[in-house]
Design a protein around this ligand. Structure first.
Ligand code: TRP
Length: 448
């Protein structure tokens, strides 16, 4: 049975909804803060445009021509080694669902913060820090409750399918998200802190670019545009025939980058304006920002609620895209009903997510820490550092080497025109080589 297809705008919003997520609004500002701003932002931008955009076209192409779930699309398109290429698809499907184990917990924190900011904001950064750390390490019940809410919402959207669930969700939430983030940005523009934020983000200080910063920037470039797991691939399998993949990729990458820069500038303006630290780590939006909102007075209260709502929207539209590859896989492979598949896939991240949640708490930390990281951090590390770059590499190799060039050319010639050879070169050489270097560095095999 073939599922209902996306409309053109529905696909673009869904793919952009996948890309624009916690990565843009929560992670990008804090890693930019940690790694010192400008130079880091520049490496990130170069990677997104040079490598990310190149592989995004390839990933879309696999779904668009394969017309199946991640694993099935690889298998049906591979001229040889079908079973092996199928594994490349499986890798991505598992990466998505493993990311969800901690992503859903973080969405839970955000829901909790929407509720908390409705009643009061912390009066200082240290108060905010205590509140956040207390929630993280002591409040198992609260986190469990909101992780459950997140699971229920995600499962119920996925049960409704591509058209009635995912497309509808994105058609509503994405414009709202853009409106909220733009409103806050325009306010930030009027503040003195804006010029400091601008300099921080766009004046590169190369001395701050450690190899660690470099690798993080590349890894984040993948994560933020949802590359390497088949999330975009699964969506593009439901594209109408005769879609322009290059244009769609460009819009998705531009929207994602635009919102990350907008969020970064806005947050840093607020932080500078009220004398808070940009290098605050993962707690940036949960600790520094609420304290800054408090300083702003009434407007701050309104912004706080809007901000966490926007963050929740961004998180949910990404979460459905992280889970959908597994849902589609179960439908295609075992002919399960869509609703059964949606529940099974969601239950998996929900249950394993409970382990991730507990691994941050005082009571279970020790039990759930393995080597240098707790379970929560392992899920993040294994997916972002290993599975996504590897998935992206395999996609580049698949389209660049395994698929016949004639087939790839035929599908892209209208949209890429004379740019085809350049893109093909980037895909075959520049992208794979850069990825291998980054992965070897991450694994400690080489350093630079
Ligand atoms: N891009 C999303 C973010 O920035 C997360 C995400 C959604 C993702 N789908 C993905 C990451 C697929 C990697 C692969 O938060």
């Amino acid at each position: 049975m073939k599922i209902a297809r996306f409309s053109r705008i529905g696909f673009i919003l869904a793919a952009a909804g996948s890309a624009v997520g916690l990565g843009n609004i929560w992670k990008f500002p804090y890693i930019t803060g940690e790694y010192g701003g400008g130079a880091f932002v520049l490496v990130y931008l170069m990677t997104v445009i040079g490598i990310g955009f190149t592989i995004m076209i390839a990933e879309m192409l696999i779904g668009y021509l394969g017309r199946l779930d991640g694993a099935g699309s690889f298998e049906s398109l591979a001229p040889r080694f079908k079973a092996q290429w199928r594994l490349a698809g499986m890798l991505g499907i598992w990466a998505g669902i493993l990311i969800m184990t901690f992503y859903s917990v973080v969405i839970g924190w955000i829901f909790h913060y929407i509720v908390v900011t409705l009643s009061s904001l912390p009066a200082s950064v240290s108060e905010a820090e205590t509140t956040f750390n207390h929630m993280l390490s002591e409040e198992i019940g609260t986190q469990f409750l909101f992780h459950t809410v997140s699971f229920l919402i995600i499962a119920s959207i996925l049960m409704r399918g591509i058209k009635g669930g995912i497309e509808k969700l994105n058609l509503v939430l994405m414009p709202l998200l853009i409106v909220i983030m733009s409103a806050m940005f325009f306010y930030a523009l009027t503040l003195d802190g804006f010029s400091l934020a601008w300099d921080f983000m766009f004046k590169p200080d190369w001395s701050k670019l450690s190899s660690d910063a470099f690798v993080t920037a590349v890894g984040h470039a993948f994560f933020t545009i949802s590359l390497g797991t088949g999330a975009i691939l699964t969506y593009s399998a439901s594209l109408p025939k005769k879609s322009n993949l290059v244009q769609s990729s460009l819009i998705v990458v531009a929207l994602d980058t635009g919102i990350a820069l907008l969020a970064g500038l806005t947050l840093f303006t607020f932080l500078y304006q009220y004398g808070a630290e940009p290098a605050k780590g993962p707690g940036l939006v949960f600790i520094s920002l609420p304290a800054v909102f408090y300083e702003m007075g009434v407007l701050g209260n309104v912004f706080a609620i809007l901000f966490f709502i926007a963050l929740a929207f961004a998180g949910l539209t990404s979460a459905v895209s992280l889970t959908e590859p597994m849902v589609q896989y179960l439908v295609d492979k075992f002919s399960f009903k869509r609703s059964t598949s949606a529940i099974l896939a969601s239950l998996f991240f929900y249950l394993v997510g409970i382990i991730a949640l507990l691994s941050n708490t005082t009571d279970y930390k020790e039990l759930l820490t393995f080597g240098s990281r707790n379970f929560f951090d392992w899920m993040d590390y294994i997916t972002a550092a290993i599975m996504l770059p590897l998935g992206g590499l395999l996609m580049a190799l698949f389209v660049g080497y395994a698929m016949p060039k004639t087939q790839v050319y035929a599908a892209l010639k209208d949209s890429l025109g004379r740019g085809f050879e350049f893109w093909y070169f980037m895909l075959r050489y520049i992208a794979p080589i850069s990825l291998v270097v980054v992965m070897l560095n991450l694994l400690g095999i080489i350093s630079f």
